[in-house]
Design a binder for this molecule. Sequence first.
Ligand code: CMP
Length: 225
Amino acid sequence: MDIEVLRRAPLFATLGDDVFAALTDELTELDLPRGSSIFREGDQGDQLYFIISGKIKLGRTAQDGRENLLAILGPGELFGEMALFDPSPRTATATAVSETRLAGLNNENLRTLLETRPEVSAQLLQALARRLRRTNESLADLVFSDVPGRVAKALLDLADRFGRPATDGILVAHELTQEELAQLVGASRETVNKALAEFVQRGWLRLEARAVVILDLPRLRQRSR
Ligand code: CMP
């Protein structure tokens, strides 16, 4: 079963087999084609989702129509819990950036699981703390780092989670357009294009369609600081 992929994710790795089985018994799998949204900002929600395969972007739209990406999530990560833990409308739109398989857990089953299996609560709290840490870091980067530094950092983060060894470096098939990459780092497409072009010119990267190959990891890491 595809859900077995979740077993290796940090969120589930420390759960006992019986606890993992109790959790997966309650999950419902669903497939999302690229570009389709599972929910939109402002919707009511009664499920949270785990990503089995593919990638999800979480985006918010401002009054003037500009978009900002909060995060790109991949296999083993969860989203959609805020509307359950703090009942209120969805705070972002969740859209598949590649073909994506999700496992949904509804509110009622989540509550029962949390009451009967404290290990699941501990893992969820850890995942939320990790996310808050990451969000705080992005906030500090918005204030203290320039756009090339933020682009370098975003590419390294994507490489950590989605990178695969290639003959000449690390292939990061992030599946994002340059517009989406710009929304992720909170800058204009033009500025992000310029930063990418500079990295290419220095020999740190090679650009491919919705992907990059990182050729000089140490230099990119240095630029991200
Ligand atoms: P919810 O508000 O139900 O729907 C949107 C989801 O996006 C939200 O739950 C969280 O799971 C997720 N989300 C919101 N903010 C962030 C963030 N800063 N980083 C990662 N995920 C987030």
